[in-house]
Ligand binder design. Structure first.
Ligand code: UDP
Ligand code: MG
Length: 313
C-alpha cells in the first residue's frame, strides 16, 4: 500500500510495557494518516508478553504478533520482523519506550520529503548508563571503527528504513547479522533526527554484561576479519626480532671471539615462531575470504541510474 509504514518491535520479557507501548505507538502513528502495521516479535519471553500481545490485539487490528519458540536474540527478532513487514518503509524500535514513539512521525516525514533510504535516530544524550557500560561501549565502538571503518558510536537500532534497504536485508542470509552495521555499510542516503534516550518504562534491561560482551564479539566478527590477521602481525614481529638477533650473531662472529649458544637458539626459535605464525595468518586470510563469501551480501548496491534521455530515469 502506498506509503505504508511497518513498525517492528522485538520484545523479550516486556509484559509490563506492551499496553503502554501499543497505545503510544498508535497515538504517534495515527495522526500521520497513513496505513500502518505494528509487528511485535516475542523473542522467547518467559513472562506474559505473548498474552499481553494477544490482549492488546483485541482493539488494535493493525497489531501482528510473532512468537519465537525460544529466545533467539534481538537481531533474530528484528530479522523476523523485517521478513514479515509489508510496508514501504519500516521503523525498528525497542519495546521498553526508551525509543520515544513521538519520533516516528518526524522520521516518517523526513523519509517522505527527503527521499532518504534510511532515517537514523541518533541519541542526543545517552541517558543514564553505568560507568562500566559507558567504558565498555566506548572501547567497543573504538575497536570496531578502527577495524572496519564503521562509526557507530551514537547509532542505535532505532531507524526507519525503506523498501530498498528491507529487501537487501531480507536477501542476505547472515546467520548472525548486525543490523546497525549492515545498514551503515549499505551507504544509502541517510537522514538524521535526534532523540533523548528515556528511562526504561518497566522491567529491566536484558543485556547483562556477559550478554553484551557476546553481542560485541558477534557483531565485530560479522564486520571484520581483522582479528584473523593478528597472527600475521605477531609473526611479522617475531621475524623482525629474529632478524635482529641474526645480525647481532653475525657481527659477533666477526668481531667477538664467540657468538653464544643462547643467542643462536633464540634467533632460531624466533625464526620458527615467525614462520608458523605467518602461515597461520595466510590460513586466516583464506578463511576470511570464505567468511566474506558465505555472508552472501550483495557485491554492490546501486544508488541511482539513468539510461539515456538527458539523465532522466
Ligand atoms: N530484546 C529481545 N531479545 C533479547 C534481548 C532484548 O528482543 O534477547 C529486546 C528487548 O525486549 C527490547 C530491545 O531488545 O525491546 C532492547 O533491549 P533492552 O532494553 O533490554 O536493552 P538496552 O536498552 O538495555 O540496551
Ligand atoms: Mg532498553
Amino acid at each position: 500500500m502506498k506509503g505504508m509504514l511497518s513498525v517492528i518491535i522485538p520484545a523479550m520479557n516486556e509484559e509490563g510495557n506492551i499496553p503502554a507501548l501499543v497505545s503510544a505507538v498508535r497515538s504517534a502513528v495515527e495522526p500521520l494518516e497513513v496505513p500502518y502495521e505494528l509487528i511485535i516479535i516475542d523473542d522467547g519471553s518467559r513472562d506474559g508478553t505473548w498474552n499481553a500481545l494477544k490482549e492488546a490485539s483485541k482493539d488494535c487490528p493493525e497489531l501482528k504478533g510473532i512468537r519465537f519458540a525460544r529466545n533467539f536474540g534481538k537481531e533474530a527478532a528484528m530479522s523476523a520482523g523485517l521478513k514479515a513487514a509489508t510496508g514501504e518503509c519500516a521503523v525498528i524500535m525497542d519495546a521498553d519506550l526508551q525509543h520515544p514513539p513521538e519520533t516516528i512521525g518526524e522520521m516518517y516525514s523526513m523519509w517522505r520529503e527527503g527521499g532518504y533510504a534510511v532515517v537514523e535516530a541518533k541519541k542526543r544524550s545517552r541517558g543514564k548508563e553505568g560507568l562500566v557500560y559507558k567504558t565498555f561501549t566506548k572501547i567497543f565502538y573504538g575497536m570496531l571503527r578502527r577495524m572496519s571503518g564503521l562509526d557507530l558510536a551514537n547509532a542505535s537500532d532505532f531507524k526507519l528504513i525503506d523498501r530498498r534497504v528491507i529487501d537487501v536485508l531480507n536477501a542476505s542470509n547472515e546467520y548472525r547479522p548486525f543490523f546497525r552495521g549492515t545498514v551503515e555499510w549499505m551507504g544509502y542516503p541517510t537522514g538524521r533526527v535526534e532523540f533523548d534516550v528515556r528511562e526504561r518504562n518497566a522491567g529491566r534491561s536484558a543485556f547483562t554484561p556477559v550478554k553484551l560482551v557476546k553481542y560485541a564479539l558477534s557483531s565485530v566478527s560479522a564486520f571484520t576479519a581483522v582479528p584473523l590477521q593478528f597472527a600475521t602481525f605477531f609473526g611479522g614481529a617475531s621475524l623482525f626480532a629474529s632478524a635482529v638477533l641474526w645480525i647481532i650473531a653475525l657481527v659477533r662472529a666477526f668481531v667477538a671471539p664467540y657468538v653464544g649458544a643462547a643467542l643462536i637458539l633464540s634467533a632460531v626459535m624466533l625464526l620458527c615462531t615467525g614462520l608458523i605464525l605467518i602461515s597461520l595468518g595466510i590460513v586466516g586470510y583464506y578463511l576470511s575470504r570464505v567468511f566474506d563469501e558465505q555472508k552472501g551480501r550483495p557485491r554492490y548496491l546501486i544508488g541511482e541510474k539513468f539510461d539515456g534521455g538527458n539523465g532522466n530515469a
